[in-house]
Write a protein that binds this ligand. Structure first.
Ligand code: PLP
Length: 474
């Protein structure tokens, strides 16, 4: 097997100053010192490796091999195997709706949403490194719902790590609150008397406080951590590989278009990474709810962040997606790499905004749907296929069907779409009942959660209150 050098990472704001760092350093740092986000420096070509994968390869085997290849200098093969085995006791499944639309179900993890992939992998990675250095850390995060429970589950009982989760009082759903407050052990849920923005501000203030940061070794596990994006790249590769072998004979060519329901655009950025790393996909559909700043950018070339609007697909209610900075930087990288093939003296500063806009439009097709369309779609899928889908997935399938009618699909010969299905319908039973009149089954583990005793600690939205709790727990 070919062993590539370890993939290194660089800040989106590095501007040609290539100060690249190893994966573990990027993971523990979270945000780059200049305030940018980490992206890979190099275009590793994983295609030869992907092509060599055997037909019957499990998700676990695939992630282990990919982890080993990507971080060859940082991890031994045995460590890579340990990380993936402890992270993934669940895997994606494919569900066929009809001849033209399929789902990649990503909600088989402990919190029943795709964020389990990122959180589990990050937790296992961190634990592996901490075991070697014997350091103790505190993960501090703010959540408006879903991220918190994925992180709580992922870090539960991980050695050397305490988790402190801040959530806004009375502003998460009752089920989400249960998921956050029933984990226990090394996971502490703080109920902040304020909004989600207050929670985020508290986390920021804590990280800016040198004494707090150093005393508790504060670390973040939020969605901008590159450690959460990498495992999401893996399921795009897994999906492609699986479809390829189902297509029999037409190896190396797939006529499936991928469609990703997006809010903060982490999941979609992972798709772009997969493409940069050699996965032969030409386009990805960015499916949005009424928060449509990215589809608007694709149309107009102007990125205009907005306050987030509340919709039925609430985990996608983001008016200023933080991964957009990564998407721009990656398009720029792509342009520079292409130009430098013929012109060695071409450098980053010569790339214009219009070039980046054009580049992004070459890869992404953006589309948005409103709440009415989400409800109609949930109803349609239930009536036609006897399947419940969550509102986020409904954004995806609704956009997918409309895309198949578009000039874009016609021009590119697309006839089939696979939609990333991001959450278990049982987590959104009210919306689903309101859309199709039927209540989806709630998974057993979620029911168990509802019966467990909750434990949360109310705090005021001020740093002193948080510091007091950190002192008490960590
Ligand atoms: C977080 C989330 C999304 C949006 O994913 P991004 O990576 O933020 O674009 C979509 N659906 C569900 C269920 C989510 O929890």
């Amino acid at each position: 097997m070919s062993v590539l050098p370890s993939t290194k990472f660089v800040s989106t704001r590095a501007h040609g100053k290539r100060k690249s760092i190893f994966f573990f350093d990027a993971v523990f740092q979270g945000l780059a010192e200049d305030g940018g986000l980490f992206i890979p420096t190099e275009f590793v070509d994983l295609y030869p490796l992907i092509k060599s994968f055997p037909v019957e390869m499990s998700f676990l085997e695939m992630t282990t091999t990919l982890t080993q290849e990507l971080f060859s200098e940082e991890l031994s093969p045995l460590e890579a195997k340990k990380i993936c085995t402890s992270a993934f006791n669940f895997e994606p499944t494919i569900k066929v709706l009809d001849d033209s639309i399929m789902l990649l179900e990503l909600f088989n993890g402990p919190s029943y949403a795709f964020k389990d992939y990122g959180a589990s992998y990050l937790a296992s990675m961190m634990q592996m490194r901490l075991r070697n250095t014997r350091k103790k850390i505190t993960i501090l995060i703010a959540t408006s719902g879903d991220t918190g429970s994925a992180v709580a589950q992922a870090f539960h009982l991980k050695k050397h790590i305490n988790v402190v989760i801040l959530y806004p009082s009375k502003r998460v759903s009752p089920l989400q609150e249960k998921q956050l407050t029933t984990v226990g052990d090394n996971v502490f849920a703080l109920e902040v008397q304020g909004s989600f923005d207050d929670c985020q501000q508290l986390v920021k203030d804590a990280f800016l406080d040198d004494i707090l940061r150093a005393s508790f070794n504060l670390s973040s596990a939020n969605s901008i951590n590159i450690g959460r994006l990498i495992p999401q790249v893996f399921y795009y590769i897994y999906l492609w590989h699986t479809l390829m072998y189902n297509a029999k004979g037409k190896k190396g060519k797939s006529d499936w278009l991928f469609c990703t329901p997006s809010g903060n655009f982490g999941n979609l950025t992972a798709g772009l990474l997969a493409k940069n790393w050699g996965l032969p996909i030409k386009h990805i559909i960015a499916a949005c709810n009424d928060n449509k700043v990215v589809p608007n950018y694709l149309k107009t070339g102007i990125f205009h962040p907005e306050p987030s609007k509340e919709t039925l697909a609430n985990a996608m209610d983001v008016g200023n997606p933080s991964n957009f900075e990564r998407m721009l930087a990656m398009c720029k990288q792509q342009i520079v790499r292409r130009k430098q093939k013929t012109n060695l003296s071409f450098y980053e500063d010569q790339v214009k905004d219009v070039d980046i806009h054009r580049e992004m439009n070459k890869i992404l097709y953006g589309f948005s749907v409103n709440d009415t369309q989400i409800k109609l779609e949930i109803n349609r899928v239930y009536k036609q296929h006897k399947e419940f889908i969550c509102p986020h997935t409904a954004v995806g399938t609704s956009v997918a069907r409309q895309t198949l009618q578009s000039n874009f699909a016609q021009a590119n010969g697309y006839k089939k779409v696979v939609v990333l299905s991001t959450a278990h319908p049982g987590k959104f039973s009210e919306v689903i009942k309101g859309s199709c009149g039927k209540t989806p089954p709630i998974p057993e583990c979620l029911q168990i959660v509802c019966d467990k005793p909750s434990r949360s600690y109310p705090i005021k939205p001020v740093l002193d209150s948080l510091a007091e709790k950190l002192d008490e727990f960590c």
